[in-house]
Design a protein around this ligand. Structure first.
Ligand code: VG1
Ligand code: CO
Length: 542
């Protein structure tokens, strides 16, 4: 029944910030997906007879790879595969299902916020038994294995009917096709005050949720409209499409511009939100106010105790290094731990498992808690709704009061996409070379207090992750961070993150880009962005 198929290694299967992402034609090469999946299995131990969770964000090529993965799981000796109906599972739902059913691990097929379609992106990531992304040690092992692989194992079975719920036999292995939404929705009901939110909708509260034709659609329909009684039409673009309707399923001010414009308009709903390709990111916009993800993390942390799941308080907060320091001020006030990790959710896993952090966040629109081991778009939206329902105030008022209490961290990210790889590397190398000379230097009237290349020492397993982004810290708390993206699939993406702290409430209503303009100019002077990339301005500003 099980066949051993000879194969040759590919040299480019190094997982990035979140799994292996490549263009669909790369994944369509003979044995490309199989090699990577087998490299994952070969890097694991003890899964014989155990359960593998499987699902994806529904993008182009999802179903094909799901079938391959089922046949390979059977060929490699897994005892059971749990797969979402239609091959669908959002990233946070997959994380929950791994934990709930005590699976050995899971494969999530997604390139997240990257576009989908025959010539766009596809991706595969492996999550471990805690429900979280494979740690670096494992992704390194997978990459090493992929460079030496010479065979993969596959069971000779026909395609499994992914659309029919229930259990079938596949080459001696059990395949359970489950409702992708039910377990997740049930978990949300345990965390949030659904009665209070229901009452708020009943009272005429209006919301717009843009699922961006990605995986969150069915989850939003079920939870917001069915269980919480939001009017039909609250969830928009809710049918997952293989090409996301031709758009980038990236919930930011550029790709969710229509929602942003609506929220700034005269007849804006009370609350707007969106999620990304695989459902782990969230965009939050109140009527007339965009809440940056860094601010959202801080505001959610400060108010989390208003939701039943967090009424006992938070154990600690963790944020990725480039995320603004807004949450740090909340942690300080609450007297709880604050942890700064490299970019990527995999670095939060140990802190969550050890009970050191309850809420985590990234500036890239990712927020989550210890309810799963991934960031969770809809979770963040529901926590906001819970807070709005209990406080009975608008998002705008909540933000204003938050800034009055803690001060405001003006924050923005400038992305330079599809830059020539050599140029991007040259910029970073030159910048790293200049680090020792930066402290004490004055740029555009601002004095540099410190500069380094961020390294993370994991307090739980002692592992060290170096070269995680260059930080330039100015006197007074302003900061510029430079790093290269690990999720792009063409050329390099340079990310510049800038932040300025403003304690004075009289200056909390400035335009963000204006408030940061000098800092952006200083960053260009320090790193030579225009000189190296030849770009006059960023491709995306968030
Ligand atoms: C980006 C974000 C990072 C996030 C990662 C995966 O990585 O910056 O914060 O964890 O995407 O998110 P990078 O290396 O391109 O900066 V997702 O929603 O793509 O799973
Ligand atoms: Co995502």
């Amino acid at each position: 029944m099980t066949r051993t198929v000879e194969t040759k290694p590919f040299s480019d299967q190094k997982p990035g910030t979140s799994g292996l992402r490549k263009k669909v034609p790369v994944f369509q090469q003979e044995h490309y997906a199989e090699n990577f999946i087998q490299s994952v299995f070969d890097s694991l131990e003890g899964f014989q007879g155990q359960t593998l969770v499987l699902g994806g964000d529904g993008r182009y090529f999802n179903r094909e790879v799901i079938q391959k993965a089922i046949a390979m799981a059977a060929g490699n000796g897994f005892g059971r595969v749990i797969v979402g109906q239609g091959g669908i599972l959002s990233t946070p739902a997959a994380s929950h299902i791994i934990r709930k059913y005590k699976a050995f691990g899971g494969l999530i097929l997604s390139a997240s916020h990257n576009p989908g379609g025959p010539h766009e992106d596809f991706g595969i990531k492996y999550n471990a038994g805690n429900g979280g992304p494979a740690p670096e040690k494992l992704t390194d092992a997978i990459f090493e294995r992929s460079k030496a692989i010479s065979r993969f194992l596959v069971a000779d079975i026909g395609p499994v009917d992914l659309d029919r719920l229930g259990s079938v036999d596949a080459g001696g292995m059990k395949v359970e096709v489950i409702d992708p939404v039910a377990d997740y929705a049930e978990l949300m009901e345990t965390l949030f005050d659904f009665d209070a939110i229901r009452k708020m909708f009943k009272g005429g509260f209006r919301m717009a949720f843009d699922a961006m034709h990605a995986v969150t659609g069915p989850y939003a329909k079920e939870i917001l409209e069915k269980r919480l009684g939001a009017p039909a039409g609250t969830a928009r673009n809710f049918v997952p499409l293989p090409d996301f309707g031709g758009h980038h399923p990236d919930p930011n001010l550029v790709h969710a511009k229509a929602l942003y414009d609506e929220m700034m308009g005269d007849d804006a709903p009370d609350f707007g939100a969106a999620s990304d390709g695989d459902g782990d990111r969230n965009l939050v916009i109140g009527r007339g106010i965009f809440i940056t993800p860094s601010d959202s993390l801080a505001m959610l942390a400060a108010n989390a105790h208003l939701a039943p799941g967090y009424k006992a308080g938070l154990k600690g907060i963790a944020r990725s290094m480039p995320t603004s320091g807004a949450a740090d001020r909340v942690a300080e006030k609450l007297g709880i731990g604050m942890y700064e990790t490299p970019t990527g959710w995999k670095f939060f896993g140990n802190l969550l498992d050890a009970g050191m952090a309850t809420i985590c966040g990234e500036e890239s629109a990712g927020t989550g808690s210890d309810h799963v081991r991934e960031k969770d778009g809809l979770w963040a939206v529901l926590l906001w709704l819970n807070i709005l329902a209990v406080r009975g105030e608008s998002a705008r008022d909540i933000a204003a009061k938050h800034w009055a209490t803690y001060g405001r961290n003006y924050y923005s990210r400038h992305d330079y996409e599809e830059v020539e790889i050599e140029a991007a590397n040259r910029l970073m190398t030159e910048l790293r070379g200049r680090l020792p000379a930066l402290p004490g230097a004055v740029v555009r009237g601002m004095k540099i207090a410190a500069a380094d290349d961020f390294a993370y020492h994991d307090p739980i397993d002692g592992s060290v992750s170096k070269n995680q982004g260059v930080r330039v810290m100015f006197e007074g708390g302003s900061r510029a961070v430079f790093r290269l993206s690990g999720t792009g699939t063409s050329g390099a993406t340079l990310r510049l993150y800038v932040e300025r702290y403003e304690p004075d409430p009289a200056r909390h209503d400035l335009d963000t880009q204006e408030a940061l303009a000098e800092l952006v100019a200083a960053a260009d002077e320090i790193a030579g962005i225009r000189r190296h990339t030849g770009r006059e301005k960023p491709s995306v500003i968030t």
